[in-house]
Ligand binder design. Structure first.
Ligand SMILES: *Cc1c(COP(=O)(O)O)cnc(C)c1O
Length: 413
């Protein structure tokens, strides 16, 4: 083993999986008590989830917001509102959460994976343009780790072709591009309130839109397509119950005023971290576009395996001894290598809707995805949290400095 200093016991970092790294407290409890005492737990009759929706829309600057049961449900609602024909194509990213992908298939559309930029891990106007076809019905972008995609270029492309864009903002609450919050560039923005996101209700999701008609379709898909409030309501089309509850709404409403501080804190500590890491050979801090203000859901490093022997995997292993649980490769493999897409495991043995796909749309050859493979080979994802202090940042930076020198000198393995 090596001679480098290692603290015993390691510093325990705040975690988003428990109270150490969450901001839940008296405000949520008071609102939850209010809901319980009211006896109305469903959002169809209650007022608390509605006030969250109004408040969240205002905070983002959007006209409409609808809460739902998860981030996956939020994406599903947005796709359903687009209403693709079976076999229509939806361009998406090879690096994202499965919750952003499976809804495409459930709506009978074909996910067409665009490559990503090898430094940001985000799709770009160029990688999207390379996958366009006359069957492209929509584009879904993920603002990975809270770092905005280049929405100026992407919207220019999409508007020129008349193709709607859905933004997956699950990791990007209050991130901005040219001063505008993500989620407001496309026809809809989808958010997740899952345990590990910037604010949480355990499970939950939100869809925002400026388009009244589109927002109405979102509302209907959340509500079994039942026309609440209409003169002659009916179940207008195929839809699910994707509602969340007043209990989740209360929790979300309690969190909402804390969100700007959460984001501010993550930005400040991430900035300090980037300064601490300047000059570490073989390490690249998360990229930041000139017009972007990311929100650091995670802090993603790029590790050059030609400089640091063993690359991201070796560094991740070394950091573990410091009590820092990083994730080399993030999702391990590109989404298209998951069994559901690779083997087209969908409805029974039918492989539907992939039976309707153009062969080019489901060509997952590695040559088509150079950015994806390069990014996944190099990325090391560090957990990030609003409760990190200067001491935590210094500790993580010191660990990275020491682990990197040990690996470079061959004493770290
Ligand atoms: C978390 C996440 C989702 C899914 O959200 P759930 O609430 O877990 O369903 C979708 N997309 C991205 C980018 C995510 O990070």
């Amino acid at each position: 083993m090596n001679m480098v200093f290692r603290p015993t016991p390691p510093l325990t970092l705040p975690s988003d999986q428990d109270a150490s790294g969450r901001t839940l407290g008296a405000e949520e409890l008071a609102l939850l008590a209010e809901v319980i005492n009211s006896g109305t737990l469903t959002v169809t009759k209650g007022k608390v989830a509605k006030s969250f929706e109004t408040g969240f829309a205002a905070m983002i600057g959007a006209k409409h917001a609808h809460g739902c049961s998860s981030g996956s449900a939020a994406v599903h609602c947005a796709i359903a509102a687009i209403n693709p024909e079976p076999g229509d194509e939806i361009i998406t990213t090879s690096i994202t959460d499965m919750g952003a992908l499976s809804p495409i298939v459930f709506q009978g559309a074909i996910p067409v994976f665009a490559d990503v930029d090898p430094v940001s891990g985000n799709v770009t106007a160029d990688t999207i343009a390379a996958r366009l076809s006359d069957r492209t019905k929509a584009i879904i972008v993920t603002h990975l780790f809270g770092n905005p995609c280049d929405m100026t270029a992407i919207m220019e492309l999409a508007n020129a072709k008349g193709i709607p864009v859905i933004e997956d903002c699950a990791q990007a609450f209050l991130a901005t591009h040219r001063g505008t919050a993500v989620g407001r560039f496309g026809i809809a923005g989808c958010f997740s309130l899952q345990q590990g996101k910037h604010i949480t209700t355990g499970e939950g999701g939100i869809v925002v839109s400026d388009d009244a008609k589109f927002a109405r379709q979102i509302f209907l898909f959340i509500n079994k397509a039942w026309g609440y409030g209409d003169a002659n309501p009916d179940h207008y089309s195929l839809a699910l119950n994707y509602r969340w509850s007043e209990l989740q709404g209360a929790c979300a409403l309690g969190q909402l005023p804390k969100l700007p501080e959460i984001v501010k804190s993550r930005r400040e500590t991430a900035k300090a971290m980037t300064a601490e890491l300047a000059g570490v050979a073989g390490i690249q801090a998360p990229p930041q576009g000139e017009h972007d203000d990311p929100v650091f859901w995670k802090y993603s490093l790029l590790v050059d395996p030609n400089v640091i022997p063993g690359g991201a995997v070796a560094l991740g292993k070394a950091l573990k001894e410091w009590g820092i649980a990083s994730a080399p490769r993030y999702i391990q493999k590109p989404a298209f290598r998951c069994e559901v897409f690779r083997d087209q495991k969908t409805f029974g043995n039918s492989r539907w809707p992939f039976t309707l796909a153009r062969p080019e749309a489901v060509d997952y050859s590695a040559e088509l995805f150079p950015g994806t493979f390069k990014y996944l080979e190099r990325v090391l994802v560090l957990p990030w949290n609003e409760k990190y202090t200067a001491e935590h940042v210094e500790y993580i930076a010191k660990a990275i400095h020491q682990c990197c020198s040990a690996l470079r000198e061959g004493t770290g393995q």
